[in-house]
Design a protein around this ligand. Structure first.
Ligand code: G6P
Length: 581
């Protein structure tokens, strides 16, 4: 998704902006650009594709002497990824970058065109610039305030003008923070982009305008001054480097044992720090993508605790007519805390006065701020678009919540052994590479399992298709023969996840059904077996089992993508944080 960084201060902005853009790369983008301002001139440089092309272009230009600049990585929504549509956009006296989507852009554009304004791109962003310029008489602040009254949708904006030595920013349903250095200021959609510069930041509320000059900053809303607390980020700087790994995905999988260990140390004797979910009559768990599949694991865990659970993808949940029972808790799972659909689901519950609990990674995110309760999974910055470590920690937190309801000694013993077991499993990279060799030429792969093994197979299948582009689906093992089995052919790969005591024999029977129709089985289970391709997982308490199984499937997905020579950390069409609907 799009990323924003802006700077005003003593230094020349170019290097700070480029470094910031590089930190935003992981979010997924297809073009990039910067705008610099000096006394009365704005210089805009844009390029399609990677940031290195933008750098090459900048090298060839004579840059103006400047202390104010804004920059952007664009992930196309309105209009194709070309130079005209790349940000920044300039109309009249206003230059800006934008994250989000303006839903009524077409109507506004027609209106402005009638007034003689010429547009140069197919973006909704240019419309915002035109609107602000249209309302700009004496004060940009006033013009922004008037303009946003006409905008429908989401936006985070960094705005400059050749007429003023100021940098403005505003946000609505899209993240943006103000970073504060020594007489230097930053605006960014992602704190990771400025963490090398400063740890101090201010969260901007919805539709609050910050005006930054060399003398300081002022936040206002509808013309009235707003006070906001300066906070300090705990994000670690070294988390943003590859540390010798070829890809972030592998680096992040390898971090799982230590991260799991940290959380275990923090909570094992402090269960009081976790909410007591047993006091609720009913629990809804909502998320998107992998976060939704973590929610599916939660369903099986909480149901076994005797709690009524409903699980739904956020994009559906937000539009359903949910009939809330008294005493319901809605758990929102999100790595970024900025996924638009998950935010909408959270707000739906909040509006219905239902308790909400965030299981979230980014401490400054919207979901972390607006939920009734929050649990920070402390995964550190996750750069690879396909989530790995964050999913594992989300599941760990669900498991701890479940343990708090029904505590038993076996769980605690297995919990303590988990980091070591995980490490041993992840150390077998040669083994996963070999398995990947057997798969990477296939075009169809299926994952089957029952109950919690089905939840695991969903994540295993998603990971594989996200990074390898191999078509992959997961099925409840018992459901396969009601249609999908017709797709099983000679050589079709079928992963069977077999850890659940209640259903393991049934899943094996289903695996045999596909083998007899030509499928090549890959068994992933806790008991040894005679299948040639197998991953044997140490048996642990059932509430912890997914935490040992899913990392092995992540490793296979990684090596399959590697063998296929793909861009593992930034798969095509995907974005790390989907901040539009
Ligand atoms: C995107 C990512 C997925 C992620 C999902 C939810 O689709 O590509 O990897 O699982 O968003 O993201 P969240 O930040 O809410 O966990």
């Amino acid at each position: 998704m799009c990323g924003i960084i802006g700077y005003l201060g003593k230094r020349s902005p170019k290097d700070i902006l480029i470094e910031g853009l590089k930190k935003l790369e992981y979010r997924g983008y297809d073009s990039a650009g910067i705008a610099l301002k000096n006394e009365n001139k704005i210089q805009i440089i844009k390029s399609v594709g990677k940031i290195k092309y933008l750098e090459e272009k900048i090298e060839k230009e004579k840059l103006i002497d400047s202390h104010i600049g804004i920059a952007h990585t664009r992930w196309a929504t309105h209009g194709e990824p070309n130079l005209e549509n790349a940000h920044p956009h300039k109309i009249g006296r206003i230059t800006l970058v934008h994250n989000g989507i303006i839903e009524n852009a077409t109507i506004l554009k027609e209106k402005l065109e009638k007034e003689g304004i010429k547009f140069h791109s197919s973006t909704d962003t240019e419309v915002i610039a035109a609107l602000i310029d249209h309302y700009y008489n004496n004060s940009i602040e006033e013009a922004i305030t008037k303009s946003i009254k006409e905008l429908k949708g989401s936006y985070a904006l960094a705005i400059i003008s050749e007429e003023e030595d100021s940098l403005y920013a505003i946000r609505c349903e899209s993240p943006l923070i103000l970073g504060i250095g020594e007489k230097e200021y930053y605006v960014t959609s992602d704190i990771g982009a400025i963490i090398n510069q400063t740890r101090k930041y201010v969260l901007l509320g919805e539709n609050e305008i910050v005006k930054i000059t060399k003398d300081g900053y002022k936040i206002t809303k509808d013309g009235k001054k707003v006070e906001r607390k300066v906070e300090e980020s705990t994000l670690k700087e070294e988390e943003s480097g590859l540390l010798g790994y070829e890809h972030y995905m592998m680096k992040e999988i390898m971090e799982e044992p230590i991260l799991v260990e940290n959380i275990i140390k923090k909570y094992k004797d402090n269960l009081d720090k976790l909410p007591d979910i047993s006091k609720y009559k009913s629990i809804h768990i909502v998320g998107c993508g992998s976060a939704y599949y973590a929610a599916e694991v939660g369903k099986y865990l909480f149901e076994d605790d005797g709690i009524k659970v409903e699980v739904e993808v956020a994009s559906e949940y937000r539009y359903r007519n949910i009939i809330y029972e008294d005493n319901t808790l809605v758990i929102l799972i999100s790595q970024s805390g900025e996924t638009a659909d998950t935010i909408a689901a959270m707000r739906k519950a909040n509006e219905n006065k239902i308790d909400t609990l965030a299981i979230v990674n980014v401490e400054t995110s919207t979901i972390a701020r607006e939920c009734t309760y929050k649990l920070l999974i402390e995964a550190g910055r996750e750069v690879a678009v396909a989530t790995t470590k964050a999913y594992i920690l989300q599941v760990l937190f669900l498991s701890l919540l479940s343990y708090k309801v029904h505590q038993d000694d076996k769980y605690m013993k297995d919990l303590l052994s988990l980091p070591q077991q995980l490490k041993v499993l992840l150390d077998k990279s040669g083994f996963y590479k070999k398995l990947a060799d057997a798969i990477y030429k296939n075009e169809d792969v299926y994952f089957i399992g029952r109950r919690i093994d089905y939840a695991i197979s969903e994540e295993g299948s998603l990971k594989l298709k996200e990074v390898s582009y191999i078509h992959s689906d997961s099925y409840q093992a018992g459901e396969l023969k009601h249609g999908t089995i017709s797709l099983i052919n000679d050589g079709t790969i079928v992963f069977a996840i077999v850890t659940d005591e209640v259903t393991k024999d049934k899943t094996i029977s289903n695996l045999e059904e596909v083998i007899s129709r030509g499928a090549i089985p890959i068994y992933v289970g806790t008991d040894d077996c005679n299948y040639k391709n197998k991953i044997i997982i140490p048996k642990v308490h059932k509430k912890l089992q997914p935490i040992l199984v899913v990392p092995t499937l992540q490793m296979i997905a990684y090596y399959v993508a590697y063998k296929r020579g793909l861009e593992i950390d930034k798969p095509r069409n995907l974005a790390k944080s989907v901040t539009v609907e």
